[in-house]
Design a protein around this ligand. Structure first.
Ligand SMILES: [Zn+2]
Length: 302
């Protein structure tokens, strides 16, 4: 993969104020919380859970069966990090400490809207040192062998731009969604999009819904009152905020997973059929290539 890390003129960023964020666990339904704190330059995004320091980087991804992104370090797993990571990355934050009260990031909805509001309220501030960014010298395409039509194409570009094609059966349908890398675009186009069921349920036979509820205990008996978007083959049970909300949520998940590269990218990225399993693979490949380059250049210097 032909890419390199370069020194940019952009300053690194953190938040000005420490804040407490309370919510629930989608898995247990329990109330959980986290404290987010400013962090020094070049420290990155770091979680602390049960006394273990877990940097938010692709090497620490733990592959799990549920549709979420989990990290693991020294036997401690943390779940559901992707919507928070998307908000951190989408708002241009480089350095942050997140202290979790349990092994799951607290949620208030199935989107990144509340994280975005809390981070903006804590005031995002520039730091002294500049950012290193990843640039591509030539186009690279990453594929997933099990899914023939799934790909992520990285093309050299002096900014950051994502175009993402998300095909689903009716009622979700096919959508192409965009993110231009700016905080404004993230707030306007992405942060509010809620997660959704990946396949329809039958309103007259809730066996499948109850199976989903056994994994995500926060979900209510009535799927129409769900904080995640639910639908049958005939239509949506929870009204959508916008027609392409599910596709925008896939874009949100993609941003959250890409954040695990640990550096910002300057690239034109086209993704076909994103999904966590694939975007974990993408983040790991880019990250390992960047780390190899970094180690290589350090060897040359010493
Ligand atoms: Zn999600």
């Amino acid at each position: 993969m032909k890419l390199k890390l370069i020194e940019s003129r952009e300053k690194q960023r953190t938040v000005k104020k420490k804040f407490n964020f309370r919510g629930f666990s989608f898995f247990s339904g329990e109330n959980v919380s986290m404290i987010c704190e400013p962090s020094k330059e070049n420290t990155g995004i770091v979680f602390y859970c049960k006394g273990v320091r877990i940097p938010a980087i692709a090497e620490n991804i733990k592959l799990v069966d549920v549709h979420t992104t989990a990290l693991t370090k020294r036997g401690v797993d943390i779940l559901a990090i992707e919507h928070l990571m998307a908000a951190i990355w989408g708002l241009g934050i480089d350095n942050l400490i997140i202290r979790l009260s349990s092994n799951v990031v607290p949620a208030q909805s199935g989107s990144a809207e509340e994280f975005t509001k809390a981070l903006l309220k804590a005031e995002i501030v520039e730091q002294e040192e500049t950012r290193q960014v990843v640039v591509f010298d030539e186009s690279t395409t990453i594929t997933q062998p099990e899914f023939k039509s799934r790909f992520a194409k990285f093309e050299p570009f002096d900014k950051f731009d994502i175009k993402c094609f998300v095909p689903f059966l009716s009622p979700i349908g096919e959508h192409t969604v965009f993110f231009n890398g700016s905080a404004k675009s993230f707030v306007r186009d992405v942060c509010w999009a809620r997660t959704f069921l990946r396949s329809p349920i039958d309103i007259n036979d809730l066996t499948k819904w109850n199976g989903i509820r056994s994994v995500f205990k926060v979900l209510p008996e009535d799927p129409k009152k769900s904080p995640i978007v639910t639908f049958t083959e005939r239509g949506f049970l929870t009204p959508l905020k916008k027609e392409d909300e599910p596709a925008k949520h896939k874009l949100l998940d993609l941003i959250g997973d890409l954040a695990l590269v640990g550096y910002r990218l300057r690239v034109k990225l086209t993704v076909n059929e994103p999904g966590h399993k694939f975007t974990h693979l993408v983040a790991k490949k880019i990250r390992s290539s960047v780390v190899a380059k970094k180690n290589d250049s350090q060897k040359k210097i010493s």
